[in-house]
Write a protein that binds this ligand. Sequence first.
Ligand SMILES: *Cc1c(COP(=O)(O)O)cnc(C)c1O
Length: 465
Amino acid sequence: MDRNKLYRMIPKVDILLEDRTVQRLAETYGHGIVMEMIHQEMDRLRELIRTSQDADRIESEISQLPQTIERETEALFVPRVRKVINATGTVLHTNLGRAPIRRDQAEKLADIVSGYSNLEYNLEEGRRGERYAHFEKLLTRLTGAEAAMVVNNNAAAVLLVLSTMARGGEAIVSRGELVEIGGKFRIPDVMKQSGARLVEIGTTNKTHFSDYEEAITEDTKVIMKVHTSNYRITGFTESVPAAELRELADRYEIPIIEDLGSGVFVNLEKYGLTHEPTVQEAVAAGIDVISFSGDKLLGGPQAGIIIGKKKYIEQMKKNPLTRAVRVDKFTVTALELTLMEYLFEEKAAERIPVLQMIRESEETLIPKAEKLAAVIRERTSGADITVEKISSQVGGGSLPSELLNGAAVVVHPHSISTGRLEEAMRTCRHPIVVRTADDSVKMDVRTVFEEDFETIAEVLAEILG
Ligand SMILES: *Cc1c(COP(=O)(O)O)cnc(C)c1O
């Protein structure tokens, strides 16, 4: 193999720049980036010539150089964050962006963020306003709390609450509530970051009222409750409800704070689900400061909502850390829109996608799955398409012991393996994330929007023929 001859076959840069394809690329994407891709591809070819024994392949790659440059340049301009069809049935899928926002609300959001807004401007008084003002009234009305603010996510909220209220002092927490949320977010680590000293009391399964009382010292700054959202301790257990701690806290004049995890405003029992402590219950129990996520069961944007007594919320607004974890106009807008839905609670359960999806039952999901199956059968005969019952989890560390009964479209491909089909669906232009079991691909329709049925059928027809 004559490597020198192959090296000489690589076109010179100025010759490449006269190529029609390359010229069009430079016009569309700019000369600079195209030059970068030309050099990148030339380096790759030189490396190939140095290491490969396959002269035919090298020659073919050299002749394809403009097309390769085109493909690589265009790929740079395809956003990496893409819409994904979630056919796992997991409603709050942390890897897939948790709570979806309704399209008409997303459109209102686009209207606000693509222009200027009164994010921090008081239109009535013509002067600087507060970015929390937009939803503080809504939050206090909905929850019964005195005051409210919002930061980037609940992890930041917990950090801010502890840093404001317990820095340099002790925070008492039950050993049964020292949770790891996921992504290495552990309550004890956050407490360390906040500058509070953790005082663990009780045991994993039992913590008594007296454990709290005995742990109180001069240095106690807060009593902290953490809702164990993602696991349950069952059997021989005891924990002290916040309402009982109230009396103790009053006696020693120590505030109680609670990390509720997934905050819900509606009583899920009404919809046949396990009771999840609501935000209103925590307020009514007399907790001084409560924090929860915006994008778990609440069904809004990623946010950490903090509500409670005015004097503590005021302190938090003044903490320099607040600036570092503050929300932007995307969050402020989407959150206000979500919270407004809760003013009419019965409607909220129908109109907020997360609540609507977790309330769906087999009775509604089986016909939905039948409909998707029919759309798919119309496009391809490369697989057996059936409908079966399936159960899924809520996800996002919410309602861990709850299994939601629903329905799935089951795809059993004729000519490729289930693994290949799953991969092809995941990596195609319209990625679809599915479950695989019993040597077939299963699409739980609970989390699939009807507007995506055609796309799913198209993708399957492309893959299966
Ligand atoms: C999910 C969760 C968090 C973290 O909330 P993010 O909004 O994801 O930052 C904190 N505490 C508890 C108990 C949780 O369940």
